[in-house]
Write a protein that binds this ligand. Structure first.
Ligand code: 5GP
Length: 183
């Protein structure tokens, strides 16, 4: 059974909400906490949502080989997956989820080909734009940049092992759990 699942998909598709639903449904699943150089949003907790690090700290993690993958996302900040917690959880026979971007997913597929890559897609483009604007966490410029990234990300769906459309959180989450079970 594959125990490493990579979940990617365009901005505002609801990946985070789907993953939280899955973790509630199966508390035994481990979600990798990424390192990032972006500033925390209100309510985000260091070590829980992300490890918020400086550019220098991120460079040090790269040099020390501490990241399984990393990428610049939305043309701005760096994000990466700390290697140790993932390797330890896999060793302990846990299911592990990485919620990362498409560039990171490609790197994981190269270094760990047994990983199961699942792409979460929006029902359609207008719905994606609406979700992003409604979320209200980004400036209008950031919204445009994120939509640009989203276009490129949607084009990468065929590189993934599976695509699940997020019409509704519980339905989408259950489909991903089923795929994790089946792989
Ligand atoms: P946000 O800034 O909205 O929290 O995340 C922006 C994007 O960064 C999301 O699409 C998310 O999937 C991606 N991301 C988060 N953590 C990682 C990571 O560790 N590696 C990579 N490659 N992308 C990540």
């Amino acid at each position: 059974m594959t125990r490493l699942t990579v979940i990617a998909g365009p901005t505002a598709v609801g990946k985070g909400t789907v993953v939280l639903w899955m973790l509630e449904k199966d508390p035994d699943i481990r979600l990798s906490v990424s390192a990032t150089t972006r500033e925390p949003r209100p309510g985000e907790v260091d070590g829980e949502h992300y490890f918020f690090v400086s550019d220098q700290e991120f460079d040090d993690m790269i040099s020390a080989g501490e990241l399984l993958e990393y990428a610049v996302v939305h043309q701005k900040h760096r994000y990466g997956t700390p290697r140790k917690p993932v390797e330890e959880a896999l060793k302990a026979n846990k299911q592990v989820i990485l919620e990362i971007d498409v560039q990171g997913a490609r790197q994981i597929k190269r270094s760990m080909p047994e990983a199961n890559l699942i792409f979460i897609a929006p029902p359609n483009w207008d719905e994606l734009r609406r979700r992003l604007v409604d979320r209200g966490t980004e400036s209008p410029e950031q919204v445009e940049i994120r939509l640009e990234t989203a276009k490129a990300e949607l084009a990468a769906a065929s590189e993934f092992d599976h695509t699940v459309i997020n019409y509704e959180v519980a339905e989408c989450g259950q489909q991903v759990l089923d795929l994790m079970q089946a792989s």
